[in-house]
Design a protein. Structure first.
Length: 417
């Protein structure tokens, strides 16, 4: 449906991303008249680029511990009110079946993010939501018992408003942070924002020369001799530095950590452990004693990586394994469990999958997501101070918070319908 000349709405939802769509569909299905506005002509742009174009729609289970937030209790309420299985049911009803990958990640069976967006657009139309594209909201105010929503060429009135404008990451998709100003104009505090789920950079050409290699790792941020954050999963080496799920997951903590001595430490043999490594080394030493170091190490690590690690330890990769003193061998192998990765910085919002920080969750109702500053004003999605790990957690938050805001609005209007 395209926008009509109608100026008065029950609800105006600002932002047609996943959380805005979910809020719109949920309350429109209850008979509420909904206008869904988006600044862009191409809506749902983040859905289209998500999960490498396949959209990791949700995770097997999502709990507050999977998110960074200033209000875990509210996150728990919202996730319990609309857990992952409700997301699956919702999409199944729209004709989007899911498959579970890597034990925890749900993707559409069609392997297509476009398919997901098309299903949402159809569901919104079927529910009677009016979608208006190219409408960037500049101000929202409350006057004479109604909200006024204005942009350069429009003014709408509504009894309720949902701000679902996302954060600051990938600004070309439309989330340029303008929602924070809308929230602030109602007296909401914004928890300082930072890019999260972003690749880390290095200036070390030995590492950038390994672009394309992926391996499982455990990562820790160590400061003052203590590990202050951990992640595990694949590490992807790129021509600019370090990426892949393990790096993206720990990048927010890296950026927030202000200690000057912070180090990113990699365990390159996370599935083996020291005891198992020694046992396996003894066996290999007996069987392949005349092999070079590089070839022995290649039994455990990608060969090109093995070569660089040996070079950095001052060991000749071509030296025979049985000609190296035991002490030196042990020290080298031990270092594979805590290898410092030379991080020179992190990419900003242009490459960060999500934004950490945002509208303070303590200033919204913990069960309805209605503003405590202005009744009738709701928030949903990434604009709130909640960011999840990689693996479908951020979409799950968007669906759950959108559904809760939508239901709360429908409940407000129910007596009248
Ligand atoms: C490359 C990439 C891959 C990702 N992959 C995944 C994944 O596989 N799984 C996962 O769980 N998460 C993933 N994410 C994160 C996920 O996409 C976001 O967390 C999610 O889209 C946030 O939803 P949202 O509705 O809050 O905001 P957004 O999706 O950012 O949508 C906000 C909408 O609001 C509109 N808007 C903004 N300001 C205004 C305004 N002033 N007026 C009108 N409209 C406005 C924007 O145009 C936009 O359409 C990925 C993110 C990126 C960048």
């Amino acid at each position: 449906m395209t926008v009509s000349g109608e100026k008065n709405w029950d609800v105006v939802i600002v932002g047609a991303g996943p959380s805005g769509f979910m809020a719109a569909i949920t309350c429109a299905r209850e008979g509420v008249r909904v206008l869904l506005l988006d600044a862009k002509e191409t809506i749902g742009a983040k859905i289209l680029i998500s999960g490498g174009g396949r959209c990791n729609i949700s995770s097997l289970k999502a709990e507050e511990k999977d998110y960074r937030t200033g209000a875990p209790r509210t996150v728990r309420n919202i996730l319990r009110a609309f857990p992952s299985n409700r997301t699956l049911d919702f999409f199944k009803e729209l004709g989007v079946d899911m498959v579970l990958e890597e034990k925890t990640k749900y993707f559409p069976k069609a392997q297509s993010a476009k398919f997901v967006l098309q299903a949402l657009v159809r569901a919104a139309e079927d529910a009677g939501v009016v979608v208006a594209k190219g409408k960037r909201v500049r101000t929202v105010s409350f006057r004479d018992g109604r909200f006024q929503i204005t942009g350069s060429d429009f003014t709408y009135a509504a009894q309720a408003v949902v701000i679902a404008t996302g954060g600051l990451s990938y600004p070309e998709t439309g989330s340029d942070g303008s929602g924070y100003a809308l929230a602030s104009s109602f007296g909401h505090s914004i928890v300082p924002t930072a890019p999260a789920l972003a690749p880390l950079m290095t200036n070390d050409s030995d590492w950038t020369g390994l672009a394309g290699i992926t391996l499982p790792v455990k990562l820790s941020i160590v400061t003052n001799g203590k590990s202050v954050a951990q992640s595990h999963g694949p590490l992807l080496l790129t021509h600019t530095g370090f990426s892949g799920p393990a790096v993206l997951d720990i990048s927010g903590s890296w950026m927030r950590c202000e200690e000057e001595d912070k180090k990113l430490i990699g365990d390159f043999l996370p599935d083996l452990g020291e005891a198992a490594l020694w046992a396996s080394l003894e066996k290999n030493a007996a069987e392949h004693s005349s092999r070079t170091w590089k070839r022995v190490l290649a039994l455990y690590l990608p060969e090109r990586l093995a070569e660089v690690l040996l070079k950095k330890s001052g060991i000749d990769p071509k030296a025979r394994f049985d000609q190296i003193p035991k002490k030196e061998k042990n020290a080298f192998f031990r270092s594979l469990f805590h290898w410092p990765l030379p991080v020179a910085g992190a990419f900003g919002y242009e490459k960060a999958e999500v934004t950490s920080g945002g509208v303070d969750l303590n200033e919204v109702d913990a069960k309805t997501l209605e503003s405590k500053r202005c009744p009738g004003l709701f928030f949903a999605g990434e604009i709130l101070d909640v960011d999840g790990r990689i693996g479908g957690f951020n979409f799950q938050w968007a669906w759950a918070s959108g559904a809760v805001a939508g239901r709360s609005i429908a409940a407000k209007f129910r007596p009248r319908l």
